[in-house]
Design a protein around this ligand. Sequence first.
Ligand code: AMP
Length: 200
Amino acid sequence: MAERESRSHDATGIGDLIFMGPPGVGKGTQAKRLTERNGWVQLSTGELFRDHLKRQTPLGQMAQRYMDRGDYVPDDVTIDMVREFLSELTPDTRVMFDGFPRTVAQALALDALLAERSRSIGRVLVLDAPRDELVRRILARSRAEGRADDTPDVITKRFEVYAEQTQPVVDHYHAKDLVRRVNGLGGIDEITDRLIEGAR
Ligand code: AMP
């Protein structure tokens, strides 16, 4: 049923999605499942930065300095990257923004960029789980994937930055009554189903 329901989202014009959550909550995994299952287009700014890094582009080299410290890449750089992505979109797609916006400045810029294209945010999903569980997951992933931005100091920094800069973004969309909080504990399928339910 989830698949039948969600396929129709593209045509209903109920707006784009923002997918948020603290470090380690499993956003990446779930974003992939959600977009594959529903035909949404995923924009992961973290993945774009990692891709630039792998290719050692000037943008990637610049972003690396921030990523290695657990800091956010400057807003203007991140917003420019998203602007370029949006310029290539066709109107009939539903975008899932994954890990963007992460600051209030990015949220305001996104609202304006979407309005220019007669688009808008229809839902903000916030996936959450207790912090000790999140740290455990990040350390496990770090061992498995060898991500350079996953050392203990960097992990602590990433939680601080999330609380300081990204929690206000949740508040920004909460004021517009767009936020649905989703429990990030449980089986992968179970969480995907909860997110699909929350995206309606
Ligand atoms: P993620 O894979 O989403 O956790 O992103 C990995 C890293 O990329 C983050 O820790 C930031 O350094 C950078 N990054 C990703 N998205 C953003 C964003 N919206 N604003 C600033 N920096 C970002």
